[in-house]
Every structure is written in C-alpha cells, then in structure tokens.
Design a protein around this ligand. Structure first.
Ligand code: FAD
Ligand code: NAI
Length: 476
C-alpha cells in the first residue's frame, strides 16, 4: 500500500463531491475524489445517490411512464390512434440503467479531463498529523492518502420506518422503488413527500393502484398553499389516493404482500394490503465508515456533520457539503456548496444563496418554486402583493394540451421586489429558472412584466403573473 499526497481530498463522489473535486482541480489544486458506489459488475459508479438511485433514474422512469400515459390517454385528442399500448417494464428499467451508466461514465471522463485522481473504495479518517489528514481507502483501490484540505460529501440514506426494514423486494427504499420488476397491482407508499409523489406517479401511470399514507394533516406543507391545494386536486383526479393525518401502527410482511395497519385522520383503525410498499419518509445524513472519531469530527444529534455558514467543520481545513450537512437535501444545493468550498480553499469568496435555491417536484403537472410562500410571508408579517396567471389562458399551454395550473408571483408591497414565485404546470422545472435569475438580481415584478418574452411560450405565464401583481394582466 502506497501513500499519495494531495492538496484536496474529497470523500464521496455525488453531486456535492465530484463537483467540488473538479472545481478544486480547475483552481490548480492536486485533487482526489474517493467514492465507493459500485455498479452491478462491481465497477465504479460515481455520481452518488443523485446519479445511481435518485434524480437521474427517477426522471428516466418519470419520462417513460409519462410517454405511456400520453399514448394511452392523450394521443387520441391529437388524432393519433394507438391501440393496445403495452409497457415492457424490464426494457424501461434497462433504459434507465443505460441513462445512469452514461452519467457514471461522464463523471469518470470529467475526472480525467480535469486531472482529478479517482479512487474507488471507502474513505475513512485515520489520523490528523503535521497539518494534514491521513485517509485510508479500502475497496478496489487500497491506498493511504494525505491531504491538507478534506471535503466530506458522503450524502444521505433513506430513513427506515421502525419495524419496516427495507428488503428492497417488498418494502422498498428509493433504490428498490426504481427497479420494481413488474407493475404491482397495488402499491402502498408511506410519506407523501417528493419521493412518494414522484415514485407514486411513475407506478400509477403504469397501472398500479397507488395509496399514499401521510402523517401530516396538511398536504405538501413546504409548498405555497394554493399550489398544494391545486396539486392535491389534480393528483386525486389522476387516481392517486393520498390519505393525510394517518398514524402507522404496524407493517407486516406476508409472502407476496405487505399489510399496513394504521389509524386514519379520524382515528379509525384501517388496514391496507399491498403488493409492494415504498417507504419515503425522508433521508438521514450518512457518515458510515468515515471514522469521524479518529480525528474528532463533530456530528449533531441527527448524525449530520456540524458546519457553519461556509461549510467549515469543527476541524481546521475539513469541510462538509451536501446531504450530510444542514439544509435542503437537493443535488443543486450540494453542487453549489461544493463549488463554494473549493473556491474558499483557494482564498476566493464562494457563496451559496439559500434564499434562491429552487425546489422542483417532477410530477405531472410539475411543481416548482423559489423564495417565500404566501404563508411564510404572512407569518413573518411582510406586506406583499400577489399576482397569478393560469396556464388555461396561455396559448402555448393550450397548443401543448396541458393547461393545468398557474404561475403565482409574490412581490414586496412597497418595493415590488420579487419575494417568491410558485409554479404548478407544464415544464415548471424549466420556468422556475427565470424566477431564480430575477430574484438573484433582486428584480421587481415590474422588471419581469417589462421584459419581452417569446410568443407563444409558457414563460409568458410568468410575465403575466408579474403583470397580475400590478392587476394588469393582458390575456386574462
Ligand atoms: P450523495 O449523492 O448521496 O453522494 C454521496 C456519495 O458518497 C455516494 O456515492 C456514496 O457512496 C459515497 N460515500 C459515502 N461515504 C463514503 C465513504 N466513506 N467513502 C467513499 N465514498 C463514500 N435532488 C434534486 O435536486 N433533484 C431531484 O430531482 C432529486 N431527485 C431525487 C430522487 C430520489 C429518489 C432521491 C433519493 C433523491 C433525489 N434528490 C434530488 C436528492 C439528491 O439525490 C441528493 O440531494 C444529492 O444526491 C446529494 O448529493 P451529495 O453529494 O451530498 O450525496
Ligand atoms: P420528504 O421529506 O420530501 O417527505 C417525507 C414525507 O414523509 C413527509 O411528508 C413527512 O411528513 C412524511 N412522513 C414522515 N414520517 C412519516 C410516518 N411515520 N408516516 C407517514 N408519513 C411520514 O422525503 P422523501 O420523499 O423521502 O425524500 C427525501 C429527500 O430527497 C427530499 O427531502 C428531497 O430533498 C430529496 N428529493 C428531491 C427530489 C426533487 O428535488 N425533485 C425528488 C426526490 C427526493
């Protein structure tokens, strides 16, 4: 076993880690990235949760299932006949695996291009000595690395429901939920958060009867209330059975089924039998195998690495980013932190604006927002104006045949500065970028209202929402 010296070692090759390593290398550091994720053949599969069992594969399945839904239910209105439409689930999962591999390979290519040394294995702290850190790599690569700066980006794992351990056959985490071999007749989901809604949508479109059991009495509590209300209405119409305010009593596995005993919102005892159960009740920070004790790295009571606003840990020159630290568990948040940390190591002023991190839920219609919700502004006592424009009144949405939802803009009552934009509708994930840019530049609603937007485009709904703030929509 040899010892290799680096300026910066990144532990974890998800969106936080691999991006941090690339940025560090771009800034002239001798950088390494350690990642332990294995593909089916045991080879390296960098990209973390996001690439392997998160953002990318879920969006691949959402796309496939949406095509299926369109072919079955929406082609006819365009005059297209598609009888006897079939779904080959194995082929769909195979395509998803190909998309994942393209992304894994892309990251390995980027490491080479940027001269980042990649080590495939588990990285753990051994000791801190002489102003640097010793890190052991165990796995396909067996090495000892030393580095002055360490960036930890070890991500998160699905939270287990006590008494319902994941077996990925009947009780599924996000991992198993993305590779169910055949459409289950009945699918249960515990948790109506982002994963529950996205995965529930995939399997519902493919023909499963989906029941989602949610503990909270309110649906999508983090979203703007009017968006959450519209979403609940649409999802119900689509056939997702979302039950709020439930209390799970027990989860029992049979040979080919799972029985969930629960109390409904009125306290009545209920029982649900399903072929598969997805448990999506949040995620927990992951430091398994990192050996933080060896160097005295501080974790909080949730197991997250304690960091300050700049992602500095309690140890000199040790940083942590992404899901393993406080803040939203989003790939783009992890990436922004990774870039900012690499730049701080280089003496620059890396910055992450938590107030303009966009949120997206890739259901149909998509849901996306940035900034404050109306209920947050009310709670904070901020005087605001609201403008809303429905996609029903947008020409492009009508041409697409997708007129569900609206764009809602919230602006400061006095200064007109945009404080939040909330979208439910087609391509909300793309539309939200304009709002992010606007908020980063501290734009007013009037700024957006005065900007020329292409016609016909969905983005005109954003312009009209901005006009609506001043009560002067042109097309509604
Ligand atoms: P991770 O992506 O979890 O990467 C951590 C990496 O570190 C892993 O490869 C792990 O194997 C490795 N590792 C851990 N410990 C060690 C060690 N000791 N040594 C070596 N390697 C180690 N976010 C979005 O923004 N948009 C989405 O659409 C989206 N969809 C999602 C869908 C699902 C189903 C799930 C589960 C998540 C989704 N997310 C999405 C969240 C997103 O995946 C995470 O926020 C993101 O992956 C966090 O990045 P990270 O780099 O912090 O950690
Ligand atoms: P989540 O935090 O989005 O939702 C979890 C839900 O489970 C909540 O509504 C919560 O009230 C509920 N819950 C918790 N305990 C429960 C219990 N015992 N019984 C019933 N319900 C319970 O978490 P989720 O969906 O697991 O996703 C994890 C994270 O992954 C998200 O927070 C998000 O950051 C990320 N993600 C992002 C996506 C995106 O950006 N499009 C897609 C998927 C995941």
């Amino acid at each position: 076993m040899s010892t290799k010296n680096f300026d910066v070692v990144v532990i974890g090759g998800g969106p936080g880690g691999y991006i941090a390593a690339i940025r560090a290398a771009q800034l002239g550091f001798n950088a390494a990235c350690i990642d332990e994720w294995k593909n089916e053949k045991g080879g390296p599969a960098p990209g973390g949760t996001c690439t392997n069992v998160g953002c990318i594969p879920s969006k691949a399945l959402l796309q496939s299932s949406e095509h299926f839904e369109h072919a079955n239910h929406h082609f006819a209105e365009h005059g297209i006949t598609a009888d006897n439409v079939q779904i080959d689930v194995a082929k769909m999962i195979g395509r998803k695996a190909t998309v994942v591999k393209q992304n894994n390979d892309g990251i390995l290519y980027l490491f080479k291009k940027n001269k980042v040394s990649f080590f495939h294995g588990r990285g753990s702290f051994v000791a801190a000595k002489d102003g640097s850190y010793e890190i052991k790599v165990a796995g396909a690569s067996e090495e000892t690395l030393t580095a002055k700066h360490v960036i930890i980006a070890t991500g998160s794992n699905a939270r287990q429901l006590p008494g319902a351990e994941f077996d990925e056959a009947l009780i599924l985490s996000n991992d198993g939920a993305l590779r169910i071999p055949a459409t289950p007749k009945k699918l249960g989901v515990i948790g109506s958060g982002v994963i529950g809604l996205e995965m529930g949508s995939v399997w519902r479109r493919l023909g499963a009867e989906v029941t989602i059991l949610e503990a909270m009495p309110a649906f999508l509590g983090a979203a703007d209330e009017s968006v959450a209300k519209e979403a609940a209405k649409v999802f119900k119409k689509q056939g997702l059975d979302i039950q709020l305010g439930v209390k799970i009593a027990s989860v029992t596995k049979g040979k080919d089924s799972v029985t969930i005993a629960y109390a409904d919102a009125k306290g009545a005892e209920q029982s649900l039998v399903v072929d598969k159960l997805i448990v999506s009740i949040g995620r927990v920070p992951n430091t398994v195998g990192l050996n933080p004790e060896a160097v005295g790295l501080k974790l909080d009571e949730r197991g997250a690495i304690v960091v300050d606003d700049e992602c500095k840990t309690n140890l000199p020159n040790v940083w942590a980013v992404g899901d393993v630290v406080r803040g939203p568990m989003l790939a783009h948040k992890a990436e922004e932190e990774g870039v900012a940390v690499a730049e701080r190591i280089a003496g620059q002023h890396g910055h992450v604006n938590f107030g303009t991190i966009p949120w997206v839920i890739y259901t149909s219609p998509e849901i996306a927002w940035v900034g404050k919700t109306e209920q947050q502004l009310k709670a904070e006592g901020v005087a605001y104006k609201a403008g809303q424009f429905p996609f029903m009144a947008n020409g492009r949405a009508r041409a697409l045949g997708d007129t569900t939802g609206f764009v809602k803009m919230l602006a400061d009552a006095k200064t007109d500065e945009i404080l939040g934009v909330h979208i439910i509708g087609p391509f909300a994930s793309e539309l939200v970028s304009e709002a992010v840019v606007a908020m980063e530049f501290k734009a007013s609603a009037e700024d957006i209202a005065r900007i020329c937007h292409a016609h016909p485009s969905l983005s005109e709904a954003t312009k009209e929402a901005a006009l609506a703030v001043d009560k002067r929509t042109l097309n509604f």
